[in-house]
Design a protein around this ligand. Structure first.
Ligand code: PEP
Length: 253
């Protein structure tokens, strides 16, 4: 059975105090509501990783992730953070290929492939984001576009490496816009992507890969989205900043 995962992407939000408060609330709610079979990943900005990790402690089912990592192993790269450093602080996941990084920081498919290698080399689970613009969606070439994103940055991996990756389908037109893909649109894309993974890695591995949906998911629409057979959870932006909303999403399976 595939893992069910809900990952919160805090983006560049929250002060130290706010981040610690949010984490404490999420941990308490997760434990209090006895959630068991859903993996939660908190992805705060870099400085929060250490205190968030401490607050999460050994809570079973909750993990800490970064929002980015360097494509380099280490050394004279001022301002960068390597996978090796992240792993040494107990970070378990890293979001890579988010459309905001592709767009604002011009991260291309080649650099993303290198970042994926770095993450895997240090035992981090990459949450690899893919997704199409509104223009591409309207042109009808969205499936081919997103499949090509996977091919370019992931298909060099061995089957063993690839099995560790989590994919997040995030249509760019749905991120932070309040405009969610319908559950049918999400299922259609997720099934197409799983089929694409199978062409390279076979049906067994493709069936094991968690494919998350991201884009204005909230407590009101998560149930329908997560009810689809190929939607294995969500990457949540705005709604991950409110503990109650986030936990309601976690409980939506
Ligand atoms: C995201 O940034 O990954 C995201 C899905 O954001 P939002 O939920 O706010 O659309």
């Amino acid at each position: 059975m595939r893992k069910k995962i809900v990952a919160g992407n805090w983006k560049m939000n929250l002060t130290s105090e706010e981040g610690q408060q949010l984490t404490t609330e999420i941990v308490n709610l997760y434990k209090g509501e006895a959630i068991q079979d859903v993996v939660v990943v908190l992805n705060p900005p870099f400085p929060h990783l250490y205190p968030v990790k401490k607050l999460v402690g050994d809570t079973a089912g909750i993990f800490v992730g970064a929002q980015n990592c360097s494509d380099k192993e280490g050394g004279a790269f001022t301002g960068e953070v390597s996978s090796k450093i992240l792993a040494s602080f107990g970070v378990s996941y890293v979001i890579l290929g988010h459309s905001e990084r592709r767009e604002n920081f011009k991260e291309d498919q080649v650099v993303l492939a290198t970042k994926i290698n770095q993450a895997l080399a240090h035992g981090l689970v990459p949450i690899f984001c893919c997704g199409e613009s509104l223009e591409i969606r309207e042109s009808g070439t969205h499936e081919e576009t997103v499949k090509a994103q996977l091919t370019a940055s992931l298909f060099h991996l061995s089957p063993g490496e690839f099995s560790k990756v989590v994919i997040a389908y995030e249509p760019i037109w749905a991120i932070g816009t309040g405009k969610t893909a319908s559950a049918e649109q999400a299922q259609e894309m997720h099934a197409a992507l799983r089929g694409h993974l199978a062409t390279k890695y076979g049906d067994v591995i493709a069936a094991q890969i968690a494919i998350l949906y991201g884009g204005s998911a909230n407590p009101g629409n998560a149930k329908e989205l997560f009810g689809k057979p190929d939607v294995d959870g969500g990457l949540i932006g705005g709604a991950s900043l409110k503990s109650r909303d986030f936990i309601e999403i976690v409980k939506s399976f």
